[in-house]
Design a protein around this ligand. Structure first.
Ligand code: AMP
Length: 425
């Protein structure tokens, strides 16, 4: 009997993990440049954490959550997103005590039972950030700048779309206007949208089905219904973005899939991705902390997908060389292999990556292995070398071969030989 990974999940194989590590490191670096600190929450939460925040009538809660009852009878859910867990943790550990703004970031797997297709998995990986405790439009702009900076560093082109979804004062009036409009065009809508039109009309604008898009082309725009506070906020975000040289396109239909957004909503789309073109997105959620039972605390955040990033990188033909082996040690007889193992450990203790053969293979196949692994140097040890107290070193880039004492070879990595320090990875 053979097993396969579950539909919609993927193994990240050793050939792929170097690029994951490279991108994860880059994301961490960018987060820390922007003074965000990492938070790690459990993979699962009580189901209510998600239902309450994301909203009952969303795709995620309605049909995509991996929910199960544990042996104690508690309903648990594998996290489909991270804003709700972060806010749960923020309140549980009183991170907001003493005022100030909490800038938190995360990365890790998320779970949604979606129909698997290119760029859409059931276990996928996100990174994201939440800035909790300020209502300033400067925070919205900063978090957009942070998300954009990752793409800039990776040379991934994007289109930034922004909109305002208003707040609890102006949205009800818009919702009514939209519902009136949808009622007039209802026979042109899909069944799903006809149902949503009553429960959550804004979500109809989020439909990706061409019939719905066509039927709602003339729908009223939230931007025309914003109250003064929301309009001023939106204009201020746009002006900050301009000041930060980040071009943004106003997209009046952008509502995003979660219910908790207020004011700013934004999305990064890739011109290279086709149907699943969303690289990431986010928005302001000024009421969520309160809904979780905390004091009224404004916040803004975003989440972005790793898998989509890799697809965008591939389309651009970008390659990550990732981590390469520095030294491969070739032993030609048993005492030499013993020496290789010892020397590999010495090099590793110096911070130099090293590996050796464990299958007693021939010189030829060990050399082939060193080549395949992209080693910078191969060190060959046989009985002759051992007798003379030397090793044969082959520089795999130039092909040059020389004989030297091991201590002299090691000195190459510490710069003690007076020459330039060779590359370690
Ligand atoms: P969302 O929270 O739905 O706005 O998702 C934020 C980002 O996560 C999206 O823009 C995608 O890049 C990524 N993402 C969301 N769902 C999936 C999925 N099922 N498979 C792969 N990536 C996803």
């Amino acid at each position: 009997m053979t097993y396969q990974s579950v539909k919609g999940t993927k193994d990240i194989l050793p050939e792929e993990s170097p690029r994951w590590q490279a991108v994860e490191n880059l994301v961490r670096e960018v987060m820390e440049l922007f003074a965000y600190r990492e938070i790690r929450t459990p993979i699962f939460e009580e189901t209510a954490v998600f239902v309450r925040s994301i909203g009952e009538d969303t795709d995620i809660v309605g049909k995509e959550m991996y929910t199960f009852t544990d042996k104690g009878g508690t309903s648990l859910t594998l996290r489909p997103e991270m804003t709700a867990p972060v806010i749960r943790a923020y309140l549980q550990h009183s991170l907001g005590t003493g005022g100030g703004v909490q800038k938190l970031y995360y990365m890790g797997p998320m779970f949604r039972q979606e129909r698997p297709q290119a760029g859409r998995l059931r276990q996928f990986h996100q990174y994201g950030a939440e800035c909790i405790g300020s209502s300033s439009p400067a925070c919205d702009a900063e978090i957009i700048a942070l998300a954009a900076h990752v793409y800039d560093r990776l040379d991934i082109p994007y289109v930034l779309k922004i909109n305002s979804v208003g707040n609890e004062r102006c949205r009800p009036r818009y919702r009514e206007a939209l519902r009136d409009f949808l009622t007039r065009v209802s026979e042109r809508l899909t069944g799903e949208s006809r149902r949503r039109m009553h429960t959550n009309p804004l979500r109809v604008l989020d439909s990706k089905v061409p019939e719905d898009i066509e039927a709602t082309a003339e729908a009223p725009r939230m931007l025309d219904y914003l109250c003064d506070e929301c309009r001023e906020h939106f204009e201020a975000v746009r002006s900050h973005l301009e000041n930060l040289d980040i071009p943004a396109r106003v997209e009046p239909r952008l509502v995003r899939g979660l219910d908790y957004y207020t004011k700013t909503a934004f999305e990064f789309a890739s011109p290279d991705l086709g149907a699943q073109d969303a690289l990431g997105g986010g928005g302001r959620y000024d009421r969520l902390v309160e809904e979780f039972g905390g004091d009224s605390t404004p916040a803004v955040g975003f989440a972005a997908g790793f898998e989509r990033l890799f697809i965008a990188l591939e389309r651009r033909g970008s390659r990550f060389s990732g981590h390469r082996l520095s030294v491969y040690l070739v032993g030609l007889d048993e005492p030499s292999r013993r020496l290789c193992l010892r020397e590999a450990l010495t090099l590793r203790r110096m911070g130099v990556s090293a590996d050796c053969d464990f299958q007693q293979r021939s010189l030829k196949s060990q050399m082939r292995e060193a080549n395949k692994r992209g080693a910078a140097y191969t060190v060959i040890i046989g009985s002759e070398e051992r007798e003379r107290g030397v090793v044969t070193v082959k520089d795999m880039t130039t092909g040059m071969q020389e004989t030297m004492e091991l201590s002299l070879f090691r000195a190459r990595f510490t710069g003690e030989d007076g020459g330039a320090k060779p590359r370690r990875d």
